[in-house]
Write a protein that binds this ligand. Sequence first.
Ligand code: HSE
Length: 312
Amino acid sequence: MSGKTTATAFAPASVGNVGIGFDILGFAVDALGDRITVKRAATPGVRITAISGVPEELPLEPERNTAGRALLALNVAVRPSFGFEMTIQKGIPLGSGLGGSAASAVGAVVAANALLDRPFEKIDLLKFAMQGEAVASGSMHVDNIAPSLFGGLVLTVGIDNPRVKRIPVPQGIRAVIIHPHMFLSTREARSILKREVAMADFVWQTANLAGFISGCYTDDLDLIREGLNDVVIEPQRKKLIPGFSAVRSAALSAGALGCSISGAGPTMFAWSPRDSAEAVRAGMVAAFASHGVEVDHWVVPVDSEGARVVAD
Ligand code: HSE
């Protein structure tokens, strides 16, 4: 018996896609995240008792809630004699492109797992959390779930049998994260994407993803710079973000290795050597400001540990 009757998990935000790895690559951003508390209850089943931290009302019915759906998936797999009661404290703005729905789903299963007599491995928790992500975005992508759960920069291959690989990030790399104060629906940002990719773009995108990952493994910043260039998704979505081109140019002129859209947007991210990270941040903030867009901003290392149980 785990002995625990209540547990709180912190699940970090994340940058999905990282430009070139649509739906398969992402990194965790520990600077913000969701906190989920799960308690054992006498009556079996899953209930959400409160949601705080966001201005909008989110559904309390577990089936319609990302954290609820993830916990239902875990509950079906365990069928414990007790129930789960959950409270959700959102720390990630909705519709920001920072993996808020993924973090809630991950936090729910990590907290519940701490109450089980025989806890699951993280790879099983990933599969439960994926069910939750599907509620929010209408598709089962893993590029936010996996980094929120495992931490750092993570590649996930496969959906039914996902294989997760944490990719090493060269020392001294910083991620600059700029969150414009606007809402963008992931569903909408997915619905505008064309179903076909031109052969030339396919070749470039494959080369860029392979180059980026090889650069990470070999500490080759030039290869990372060359690879961090999304020729498929970014050109289609950039019109959804006011000031996108100015912000990207500002980041690159200030020394960023690359700059693109975080997940479905509107948040933008850049990777930068530590020495130029503050200049990159300042350039991106100023470029958004010149388009009348207010932002929040962070400069973070790409080495967080992922979701974890914390003090209540
Ligand atoms: N990979 C997803 C997308 C992330 O870009 O639509 C959404 O959070």
